[in-house]
Design a protein around this ligand. Structure first.
Ligand SMILES: Cc1cc2nc3c(=O)[nH]c(=O)nc-3n(C[C@H](O)[C@H](O)[C@H](O)COP(=O)(O)OP(=O)(O)OC[C@H]3O[C@@H](n4cnc5c(N)ncnc54)[C@H](O)[C@@H]3O)c2cc1C
Length: 284
């Protein structure tokens, strides 16, 4: 094969796609240009965003891509035209275009933020590196007053965030941390299956994390959250970890997406019905 492989996104899926393409190019001696577009200079090890020390959770993309000859463009992808095989992006304040022979679409996902009153203003999250830094700075600023944290969302991200929280609060100066992990579902960790749930519950209990199932948050403010039915949970910090949506640019492809906005792909990750476009990671 000759031509250009264009990878959109430098997360796990995009970075591995670019590196695998570079390995295949070296193995088979193909005449290929490989280009990766990402909106920041970083590959963020997003799965570690719940940690207290985030200093080594980002890797400079140039350090990884440069040595294997993958070109890295820093820019924000704004559109994809499957007909003309071109991608629009913004870089240095100007609109640019780049064509492709093969496309790997890997722009990832975003936390789903429902229109709950107060959530946008007062809620915290660990969806991105910047958001995770903001949460850690907020807790450090509150110090001993950070005593209660409500984590909403009992999936992997919420469980990890809640599990790390007692340690973070103690480090901030809270003598007796209170961490509550709440979810719509009757039990925490229900997505992970019946065998996992008791293990998760035991581990959270050992850490002193309270769990609440069947909870629906209807409002968030600076001092806590209000639940359906009127119950109030006072908490200096509310961390939203409930649900994800695939990147909105999945709408650039002429296909029906699933309830999380993901594209249908075949077993080689080629987007169903298309010839030159692949999707990987949280968008697929
Ligand atoms: C705290 C936390 C813990 C998690 N724990 C686990 C776990 O234990 N196990 C697990 O399997 N999953 C876990 N996940 C989910 C996991 O992080 C995702 O499944 C994974 O990051 C998906 O990789 P991706 O490459 O598809 O997308 P992403 O990692 O989201 O990468 C997308 C990339 O695209 C870039 N980008 C986005 N929009 C644009 C644009 N318009 N233009 C250019 N670039 C753009 C982003 O900057 C990013 O570099 C966790 C997530 C979080 C937040």
């Amino acid at each position: 094969m000759t031509g250009r492989i264009l990878v959109l996104g430098g997360g796990f899926a995009g970075l591995w796609s670019a590196l695998a393409a570079a390995r295949a190019r070296a193995t088979f001696g193909a005449d290929l240009e490989i280009v990766l577009v990402n909106d920041t200079p970083w590959h963020s090890i997003r799965v570690r965003n719940y940690e207290a020390d985030l200093s080594d959770t980002r890797v400079a993309l140039d350090d990884v891509l440069g040595p294997v000859g993958v070109r890295h463009l820093q820019g924000r992808v704004t559109g994809i035209d499957v007909e003309s095989r071109s991608v629009a992006y913004e870089a240095d304040g100007s609109a640019q275009n780049i064509g492709y022979d093969r496309l790997v679409f890997a722009l990832g996902s975003r936390l789903a933020r429902p229109p709950i009153p107060g959530l946008a203003e007062h809620g915290f999250d660990v969806d991105t590196h910047d958001a995770a830094i903001r949460l850690n700075e907020h807790i450090a600023r509150l110090g001993a007053d950070a005593s209660t944290v409500l984590v909403v969302g009992g999936g992997l991200t919420g469980i990890e965030t809640a599990a790390e929280m007692p340690g973070k609060l103690r480090a901030a100066g809270v003598a007796t941390p209170r961490v509550i992990l709440a979810d719509h579902a009757p039990r925490i960790g229900s997505d992970m299956g019946a065998e996992a749930m008791p293990v998760i519950e035991e581990a959270l209990a050992a850490l002193g994390v309270e769990t609440r199932g069947g909870v629906s948050v209807v409002a968030v403010d600076a001092t806590g959250a209000t639940l359906a039915g009127g119950e109030r949970i006072e908490a200096a910090t509310v961390v939203w970890c409930a649900g994800m949506r695939a990147h909105p640019l999945t709408s650039a492809f002429p296909l029906e997406r699933d309830r999380l906005g993901r594209l249908p792909v075949n077993p080689t990750l080629k987007i169903r019905g298309l010839r030159a476009e692949f999707a990987a990671g949280d968008v697929a």
